[in-house]
Design a protein around this ligand. Structure first.
Ligand SMILES: [Zn+2]
Ligand SMILES: [Zn+2]
Ligand SMILES: [Zn+2]
Ligand SMILES: [Zn+2]
Ligand SMILES: [Zn+2]
Ligand SMILES: [Zn+2]
Length: 340
């Protein structure tokens, strides 16, 4: 769901006055319930940090999202809070915010930019360890995430958190050390800014769903050449299925395996059929993981096409696996094109 921070229904003073978030403030969404002891103990610390951070000028707004069981406890708990709350009655908004930030427990502080990009998903620890200095830490992250429209999501759709070189993590895609990038705390993977940007802008092509040799869904990427250039200083887009290099470098890509396939091949794989049979009369069908199977058996990662003799590394082919009979995609495409 789309949540507009400027249009949130918010209240002050235990619901007696309406309120809104000052423009430009970082926002802390505070999910808690009065009956939860850790939340009761944390409140004075948060209040002290909030007051100090906002002196002399307002820089942080907090929005309390109650998990209390009824309106009375909500009022009793929020009356001492110097910040805003979601009205207890607006259960839809409370649930939507919890969903948006993937809250699974009853006690969390999520810090976001003014446009709701997540800066710190577990900011209770930031306040406990850094107190007022937590703001400077969030602010430094905020300036780094500005280039992104939203906090990116990992492959399993978890919100990712900003990290820098101090975490000493490696990008799961390019394998370089992450200087600035993202991490998924749940999947325990990190990505660098460049890989994540191309990943976030890629999509799974529903019409031509193709897997790489390791059974990852390949993703449609515009200008993989530019990605290779900015990440590996080398424009090396080669379709492993036809050995061609499309000029604009646009096609399918597996970020984890650094593996490519052009659109022509993906179309052919999904639409063409090899009508002939292997010498022993078996069907010859598309096998995307062909080279992985060959590697398992022979410690090599390539195969030769029975029809044209060309050698391919890593790509799939139309194959009869039991007879080890392989026909490359360009040859199958040719056989399927009338008049050629
Ligand atoms: Zn990377
Ligand atoms: Zn994840
Ligand atoms: Zn190709
Ligand atoms: Zn892969
Ligand atoms: Zn061939
Ligand atoms: Zn056969």
């Amino acid at each position: 769901m789309d949540i507009n921070p400027k249009k949130l229904e918010l209240v002050r003073n235990a619901g007696r006055d309406s309120g809104e978030i000052d423009p430009g403030c970082l926002i802390g969404f505070y999910f808690a319930a009065h009956w939860f002891p850790a939340a009761r103990n944390f409140l004075p610390k948060l209040t002290a940090a909030y007051t100090a951070i906002n002196t002399p000028q307002k820089r942080l707004e907090i929005v309390f999202v109650s998990f209390d069981r009824n309106e009375d406890t909500f009022e009793a708990y929020s009356v001492d809070m110097p910040w805003l709350s979601v009205p207890f009655k607006n259960e839809i908004l409370r649930v939507n915010l919890a969903q948006k930030f993937q809250i699974t427990d009853t006690f969390r502080l999520v810090i976001t930019t003014p446009t709701l990009q997540v800066i710190s998903p577990n900011a209770i620890d930031d306040i406990k360890t850094k107190a007022t200095q937590a703001y400077d830490y969030w602010e430094s992250i905020s300036s780094n995430v500005k280039g992104f429209a939203d906090s990116p999501y990992c492959e399993k759709n978890h919100i990712m958190t900003y990290i820098d070189v101090s975490t000493k993590s490696k990008c799961v895609y390019c394998r370089y050390e992450v200087i600035k990038g993202w991490t998924c705390l749940e999947c325990k993977i990190s990505t660098c800014m460049i890989c994540q940007e191309y990943y976030s802008n890629s999509t799974i092509d529903e019409a031509y769903k193709i897997m790489c040799f390791k059974s990852h869904n390949m993703r449609k990427v515009i200008k993989i050449n530019d990605y290779y250039m900015s990440r590996f200083l080398n424009s090396k887009y080669t379709c492993r299925t036809c050995n061609q290099t499309p000029d604009d470098g646009t096609g399918l890509h597996c970020f984890l395996c650094i593996f490519d396939m052009c659109f022509n091949c993906s179309k052919s794989v999904c639409e063409d059929k090899y009508l002939a049979h292997c010498p022993n009369g078996h069907e010859v069908l598309w096998v995307y993981e062909l080279c992985a199977k060959i590697l398992e058996k022979y410690e090599r990662f390539n195969f030769r096409c029975e029809t044209c003799g060309e050698s391919y590394m890593g790509g799939g082919a139309f194959a009869c696996l039991s007879c080890e009979y392989y026909v490359c995609v360009p040859c199958v495409k040719k056989a399927n094109t009338p008049g050629v």
